[in-house]
Design a protein around this ligand. Sequence first.
Ligand code: SF4
Length: 588
Amino acid sequence: MNNLNDLLLQVRKPARYIGGEWNAVKKEWTDDKVKALLAFPDVYEVGMSYLGLKILYGILNKRDDCLCERVFSPWPDFEEVLRKNNIEIFSLESRMPIKGFDIIGFSIAYELNYTNILNILDLGGIPIRSSERSDKDPLIIAGGPACFNPEPVAEFIDAFIIGDGEEAIEEIVEVYKGFRLRKSAFAFGLGGQAMADDHGSRKKLLKELAEIQGVYVPSFYAVEYNDDGTIKNFSPKEKDVPKKIKKRVVVDLDNSFYPANQLVPYIQIVHDRIMLEIMRGCKHACKFCQAGTTYRPRRERSKEKIIELAKESYSKTGYEEITLLSLSSGDHSKIREIIEELNEAFKDKAVSISVPSLRIEGVLSELPALIAQVKKTGLTFAPEAGRECLRKVINKNIDVEKLLNAAMESFKSGWRKVKLYFMIGLPTEKEEDLIAIPELLYKVSNLKRSLDKKPAHVTASINAFVPRPHTPFQLEAMENFDKLSEKKDLLKRSVRTKMIELDFHSFHMAYLEAVFARGDRRLSKVIYETWSKGARFDGWNDFFNFGLWSDSFKKAGLDPDFYAVRARKCDETLPWDFIDIGVVKSSP
Ligand code: SF4
């Protein structure tokens, strides 16, 4: 690989591909170990910020019978180098070609990562479609938030883990060990005809995986469609596979694995700090929010465990910032005490504590002061809608007075910037709801004038509403481009100061998210076609090419509007109906 070192000097940020970071694990490649590879279909800096990847890396490397390495999507400059020099993509730790691994597990954080999955498989010389793989190929599995409707990528993945992966991944390794034993017995001529026919085969492996709770093997299910394109029937085509896939839930966070020795990269990553998960799930029920339903029930890590893990993580990483991570950190029953104790424990070490995902509850007005003892970064709020009546519709019950009080407290404590998140195109939205957005932004900005006569800098991050599976809004239509564009213009016309910044997320990207979030397995051919025409990194503005996608939909004979802007009927069979997240199917 000396040649490779020279080639790496030709690309931007070679540190993305060399491994060897602090706390990286490089084990000896011995026959007795199951070789697992965690694949993240986005660039290193994004993938390395994903806590799920660090958890699985720690769990698998803790086992003596397993080794676990990593691969991330190569940036286009490195992809070019790989393809030009006929080098297969390799793992960071051992620089092993990825097709030499037993199991490759993709973390799919969101839908616009799909083409990068295909690209990693292709660069690794692994057949892209599950049906084309043989016993010699790695087992390709996937998990993560986007797998609560896995159907659009059903053709490419052998098995999905639905829900929390910590326990399921270990069960998969155990099943794989049995498969490997049978395979080697067969290779030595043991096992007879039965072994040759079935028992040492990939199909038998998949059958055993399908018995694990939370594991979905798409090739064991058949889908029939009605003439209007909706689903007529979705059912198992193999005996003994479950009709419904029940998601996995890790019940006890205190006793679940947490990677205190988190990897510390050589280059700056998106979340370059200790990510300490204090709670999983959320007690609120915002009707648009998929995480709110799919990560139920809410589970807290205890205050004592959090303090212990924070100290241990600090000593093992040297990071100077700790993020208390969860969907809604302010809801932890001991959040105030946790911040106070962490402030006390780290006050002489210049370690800052950050708390993202705060809601505007009673405790919030005190939190900025607590956190400001150590660090003053921007504060974020997510009212999502401009007027209270629309917030009631979406069940985002935020009191504007409390929001203003919290913002005022934060300005008094020295905070300078505030960011607010909104969605447009929500069900029942009226023009008055839109007009109320800039009104609220001005109010927040002007609060600071009473302190120093200057307005605060306020950013509004504005996304188009995307109806998502498993939410009360899963049957709703997404708003079309023309209406969204009119709304965007109205908002832009309403803001006439540099102190208020409107940051609109691409509507075309949101539209594609809407297509795939509620898509079915026919979309696999659109994904394949668009990838083969060069689509990569679709979540990145610099690379996203909506024209490529439009062409592929036409070629596949599929109408993207059918998926994105069509309201579903109550009795329609939805592509994700077979996934049981523990919540009864509902409509608004
Ligand atoms: S939007 Fe936030 S507060 Fe609401 S359900 Fe989702 S995670 Fe919870």
